[in-house]
Design a protein around this ligand. Structure first.
Ligand SMILES: [Zn+2]
Length: 94
């Protein structure tokens, strides 16, 4: 866990602070609608999407959270753990 980030300070070169990640991402170009800062999250979403073709799963760069759209509606997951929990409760297929 990174120590707290000083308010107003420039983004750290590498850390998990949401504000720093947003700051670093803002300096990057969009590639395929994604920014490299969030490559790990997009990869996780794509991997889960491949295993759950009946759902739509993506990582939202604005919210820094995962989103799952399925037959029961839209769900937001704050991180990988809650994403896994949500997917465990979605029917395996339609
Ligand atoms: Zn930071």
């Amino acid at each position: 866990m990174d120590p707290p980030h000083a308010p107003g300070a420039p983004p750290c070169p590498s850390c998990a602070h949401p504000s720093c990640r947003r700051g670093r991402a803002a300096r990057l170009s969009l590639f395929g609608g994604h920014r490299a800062e969030f490559a790990r999250e997009h990869l996780r979403a794509a991997s889960l999407q491949a295993r759950n073709p009946h759902l739509l799963i993506w990582f939202g760069e604005s919210t820094l959270s995962y989103w799952i759209a399925g037959p029961t509606g839209l769900a937001e997951a704050s991180g990988p753990d809650s994403l896994t929990r949500i997917l465990e409760h979605v029917p395996a297929s339609l």
